[in-house]
Write a protein that binds this ligand. Structure first.
Ligand SMILES: CC(C)(COP(=O)(O)OP(=O)(O)OC[C@H]1O[C@@H](n2cnc3c(N)ncnc32)[C@H](O)[C@@H]1OP(=O)(O)O)[C@@H](O)C(=O)NCCC(=O)NCCS
Length: 163
């Protein structure tokens, strides 16, 4: 299930962000991820929830095992929003991300005035591509070698889902 993040989740969020496999994540999430980082993010999303984005903890058997969010873009892309998600490795391949993406898209289309959701995925991130495929996202393009992480370049696949 998904539930809103609360300011009380500081410890759990910091633990999760330090555990998660970052191979295919952007550098936006700092490492190490301190409780102070967690507190600042939780305060930020409390202010922007429902306006600039929807942010949910993924809870499995009572434990926070991941995050799913959809964040609105700006300027001419103000009715487009980007999806992001991750799950703790211990809980991979149980359909958790697939269900979380289904639910967060439903929430985002209901609560924000957006007409599409964009997913940007590394070319080598097959599991994430599968999650989007299973949720009706369409592969729209390939930004060849557009992402560089640890000195290695990879494609960014552009996926889209319309309201
Ligand atoms: C991507 C991620 C969220 C998937 O989470 P998950 O809960 O394991 O996903 P699901 O179980 O819902 O679905 C994964 C699918 O990918 C498949 N898969 C996993 N690894 C695979 C691989 N190497 N090759 C092919 N398929 C693979 C699984 O079999 C499953 O498909 P299926 O249901 O058809 O069998 C998780 O791996 C993760 O958090 N990765 C690190 C962060 C990240 O990459 N986030 C996405 C950024 S765009």
């Amino acid at each position: 299930m998904l539930r809103k993040w609360s300011l009380n989740d500081k410890k759990a969020l910091a633990k999760l962000c330090n555990e998660v496999d970052r191979t295919f994540l952007s550098h936006r999430m700092t490492f190490p991820y301190t409780e102070k980082n967690a507190e600042e993010w939780l305060e930020h999303i409390e202010k922007t929830e429902g306006v600039d984005g929807v942010f949910r903890a993924i809870v499995f058997e009572g434990k926070i095992v991941g995050n799913a969010s959809v964040e609105k873009m700006s300027d001419i892309r103000c009715r487009d929003a980007e999806i992001g998600y991750f799950v703790s490795e211990e809980f991979y391949s149980r359909g958790i991300a697939t269900e979380a993406v289904r639910e967060i898209c439903e929430i985002a289309f209901r609560e924000m005035p957006i007409v599409r959701i964009t997913g940007l995925v590394f070319g080598r991130n097959i599991a994430s591509q599968r999650v989007l495929d299973k949720n009706g996202f369409v592969l729209e393009g390939n930004l060849r070698n557009a992402a560089t992480k640890n000195g290695v370049s990879d494609d960014i696949l552009v996926y889209g889902k319309l309201k």
